[in-house]
Write a protein that binds this ligand. Structure first.
Ligand code: CP
Length: 329
């Protein structure tokens, strides 16, 4: 295994070997321990990370900003509408210039079929690491925080753990595919049995599903797709019920919302959670559409680990930044 992460781009967990992800997790645990003890983690003194957000964020932006401060550096928030990209400046020129000013560039760009190509364009031209803060395909920082949370709750041997990743109804906005796609790619690599549940038509990207299946085959874990939410919860150890937009059921937001509205019964409630195993946990990347995706009773109840999951965004963000922007002298 190479321990040299310097200047490596962090676009998808799929770009990293499993033992490299293990190292990211170990560093995340170290960051968490030091945070709890009030010990300094100044691994990036005087370094700058540029954060470009094409979309709204609470957890991602603030875990990166707080994380950079705790690492001894500075995170510089950039809104594209105040950048020259809004006048058509290319990703290439943006990457070259910001790369000359600082030490890392992190971007959230979730627009379907636009975000991931934009990030890939930056990667080709930046001489500093590009970090994916969520695009239309992947949300790797969320994936690491989710993995950390599951490891904390179930220990390191996750072989055979049943994880249900279920679509759920929402109205707030068309949520990207990138959270469930990252989860179905990552969890089978750790031996977890993934059940993906969604109403007919709300498919994830076919190439991502194919890769997830191959990941499962390699570790001998199960990868199952069902269109029955209730059935999927039976015997689950981990339930992750959240919305994704259904970008293949309609061409316009109006058409997709019309399709979504047919599935308001895809709600994670007590009755369904009681079908899961006794010690099952409920996870959600947040923000949640309360009482549409999940009832208050579940998200605020004994199953829920959503705030531990959110906190782990900080520790994993610090680990990835320290490894890619810092590293060996
Ligand atoms: N889970 C997550 O990415 O949250 P934000 O959209 O608030 O960053």
């Amino acid at each position: 295994m190479s321990i040299d992460f310097r200047n490596r781009h962090f676009i998808s967990t799929q770009d990293f070997e499993k033992d490299e992800i293990d190292l990211m997790m170990n560093v995340s645990y170290e960051m968490k321990k030091k945070f709890a003890l009030g010990e300094p983690t100044r691994y990036l003194p005087d370094k700058t990370c540029f954060l470009i957000f094409f979309d709204q964020s609470t957890r991602t932006r603030n875990s990166m900003e707080a994380g950079m401060t705790q690492l001894g550096g500075h995170a510089h928030f950039l809104a594209p509408e105040h950048m020259q990209v809004s006048h058509g400046e290319t990703p290439r020129d943006t990457a070259i210039v910001l790369g000359r000013f600082g030490h890392g560039i992190a971007i959230r760009h979730c627009k379907f079929k636009v975000g991931n190509p934009f990030l890939k364009d930056l990667c080709q031209h930046a001489r500093v690491p590009i970090m994916n803060l969520q695009d239309d395909v992947y949300h790797p920082f969320q994936g690491l925080a989710d993995l950390m949370t599951i490891q904390e709750k179930f220990s390191n041997n996750l072989k055979g753990l049943k994880v249900v990743i279920s679509w759920a109804y929402a109205e707030s906005h068309l949520k990207p595919l990138s959270v469930p796609q990252t989860q179905i790619l990552l969890f089978p690599r750790y031996g977890m049995d993934v059940t993906l549940a969604y109403p007919e038509g709300f498919d994830l990207m076919p190439d991502i599903v194919d890769t997830a299946r191959r990941n499962a085959e390699k570790t001998g874990s199960k990868f199952t797709i069902t269109h029955d939410m209730t059935e999927s919860f039976k015997g689950a150890d981990v339930v992750i019920a959240k919305n994704w937009g259904g970008f293949f059921v309609g061409d316009t937001e109006e058409a997709i919302r019309k399709e979504q509205a047919k599935h308001k019964d895809w709600l994670c409630d007590r009755k369904k959670m009681e079908l899961a195993n006794k010690n099952a946990i409920y996870m959600h990347a947040l923000p949640a559409d309360r009482n549409k995706e999940v009832t208050d009773e579940v998200i605020d109840g004994p199953w829920s680990v959503v705030f531990d999951e959110a906190e782990n965004r900080l520790h994993t963000a610090k680990a990835v930044m320290a490894l890619t922007m810092g590293g060996r002298p």
